[in-house]
Design a protein around this ligand. Structure first.
Ligand SMILES: [Fe+2]
Length: 286
């Protein structure tokens, strides 16, 4: 199948036009799309009129899907679909004190999906169904390009470091309201390389973000200082792309080489609903 590729920014992002994701891609096209995705970290497919089942089928071609670990965030009857939204099941606005509203605010911090799991997610695909008039964009940062741009001393310093990612560190404001004891016990802190090697491209990438709590073998202060510094470095404008959603946009990104965050919008009045599928990783990072 023929499609066109254009870059979104010099360091991150490509747009693919000419494919209809309602139809299964043939193997050759899939391999080409996969290469564009590996090269550019995020791929935008505009104007896709897909439903949940078509999104699940497309994502499954990338890899096996994660199931959503929090009942309140699932699409009813479809545990593969994560609803990124400020809307209830009937599309009415959630109350300001709804636990999901806090989760949404937490997602405004830079993070990689599922980095709090021992086998973290490979990819995420987000499809826009309802978008606000303004705000609610998603920003993406290329953490492999950011790693490449580090000075040699910093590269050497972080080469063998292990960082602990902990969901309840990044969600420290939300945990009392949003999670059951069972859900908490299912997500213990996990260890990852801070300069993670991408299993497909072989490139190193900074593996931090807001789930990163502490670096092993360092004091709390030293560790927080380094994590914050690396996050600031990786999210400089030159490594990032800001996506302003239009209904029908599908964005596929590589969680092994990207950080992302949602931007704020008027969630008390404006409606936003995007559906995410999450492709599972294949092996632990250590
Ligand atoms: Fe996310």
């Amino acid at each position: 199948m023929d499609f066109t590729v254009s870059k979104l920014t010099p360091e991150i992002g490509a747009e693919i036009r000419g494919l209809d994701l309602r139809e299964p891609l043939d193997d050759e096209t899939l391999a080409q799309v996969r290469q564009v995705w590996l090269d550019h970290v995020i791929v935008l497919f505009p104007e896709q009129e897909i439903d949940d089942d078509q999104q699940i089928e497309f994502s499954r071609r990338i890899g096996e899907l994660e199931l959503i670990n929090m009942a309140a965030l699932q699409m009813r009857g479809k545990p593969e679909i994560y609803r990124a939204t400020n809307l209830n099941d009937d599309d009415t606005l959630m109350a300001e004190d709804h636990p999901i509203m806090q989760t949404n605010r937490d997602n405004q911090r830079w993070h990689t999906d599922s980095s709090f799991k021992r086998i973290p997610a490979m990819a995420s695909a987000l499809h826009a169904r309802i978008v606000p008039d303004s705000g609610g964009e998603t920003e993406f940062a290329n953490t492999a390009a950011a790693y490449d741009a580090l000075d040699d001393d910093t590269k050497k310093r972080i080469e063998d470091l292990v960082v602990v990612h902990n969901f309840f560190w990044s969600r420290r404001d939300a945990q009392e309201v949003a999670f059951t004891e069972e859900e908490k016990a299912a997500i213990p802190p996990v260890r990852h390389p801070l300069a993670r090697i991408h299993p497909e491209t072989g490139r190193r990438a900074i593996y931090a973000g807001s789930h990163a709590e502490q670096i092993e073998g360092m004091s709390w202060e030293e560790s927080r200082d380094l994590i914050d510094r690396l996050n600031d470095h990786a999210t400089q404008a030159r490594f990032t792309y800001r996506h302003d959603w239009k209904v029908g946009d599908m964005v596929l990104w590589d969680n092994r080489a990207a950080l992302h965050r949602g931007l704020a919008f008027d969630a008390a009045h404006q409606r936003r609903r995007l559906h995410r599928t999450t492709v599972a990783g294949t092996a632990p990072t250590l």
